[in-house]
Design a protein around this ligand. Sequence first.
Ligand SMILES: Cc1ncc(COP(=O)(O)O)c(C=O)c1O
Length: 372
Amino acid sequence: MNWIELPDDHPTPSLVVDAQRVDRNLRRMQDYCDTHRLHLRPHTKTHKSIPMARRQIAHGAQGLTVAKVGEAQQMSAASSDLFIAYPAIGPQRLLRLEKLAKELAGQQGGQLAIGVDSQKAAQGIADAATKAGVPIGIMVDLDVGFHRTGTETTQEAIELCTWVSQQAGLRFRGLMCFPGHILPNASPQSWADYHDAIAGVVDRLRALSIDVPVVSGGSTPTAMESHRNPILNEIRPGTYIYNDWNEVSLGVASIDDCAARVIATVVSVPTKSKFILDAGSKTFSSDRNCVDADSGFGKVVEFPEAKVSRLSEEHGEVIFPENYSGPRPSVGDRLWVIPNHICVCVNLQNTFYLHQDGLLQELAVDARGLLV
Ligand SMILES: Cc1ncc(COP(=O)(O)O)c(C=O)c1O
């Protein structure tokens, strides 16, 4: 598929998203989920955009995932079925949660759930639910090997699930996990361990007559292999909508699948071996590549041999390897860059340009910078 031709006066640096590629990425994931009878609840952290969330719902997503309550408030414009995959701790979040729970309860099919890994977090949500006068769903977060959040042992998980199922204001909805440690070509044993960590909890809950309606996993690298863990009935990939250089490096996406790219201008060619782009850490973030940390801060599409070697706020420094004898850019040239980590890049932009049917439309990044 051809990439986009921009008009000469298009501003740089800016983030440009190709709708045709977005739809292809969404269709592929939705088809996979439909084939394997999995609900798709995409994480909107990647795009933070209400129109993009609506596109995911239109393709067949069950509902949406967010990290923060403020993001949930934004995304309620796209779906009334929301999951906050992050504990809502602190009075600011709980107050917003109370308001949101009430709003969603009044909507057709409205439901709200939150992931927690402690009784303290669940207690705060129970109090918010009581104040709101509507129940709030709880998904208990299991650590299945990524070692970030999540209950560490089966016993801890059972105690928390049991406690949640006894609270009047809460509805125990099931289990969530984030398998960030499972990468492409993971061993059958890693997948078996991932399955067993959840199955041990589900079996014991069933023995206690506690129903587990939802088992939610998934990340973009594992998404299309989710059938290898048949206990899952929902996945929450986020990055798949746009993809990025990390996903290409991992081998789960091709360059052609990268639907969001930064257009940048060469503002200086100080030596033969390097050039400077008008996009630095203010545009890309300093995330290193997840496969090869020394490979640079993204990929310049027109110069794949070059390395984005150093970022300062407004400068992206790109160097050619020694003995490089190919073409070089000139001051004023515009180049496309695929960021290492598109989610963080999106969060740095006020707006992005959506390319659809030959037209470019500037859209707000609706849920950017929402820390609460
Ligand atoms: C809890 C949770 N669920 C889902 C995702 C989506 O994963 P990915 O970015 O690999 O698509 C993330 C990403 O960080 C996450 O933290």
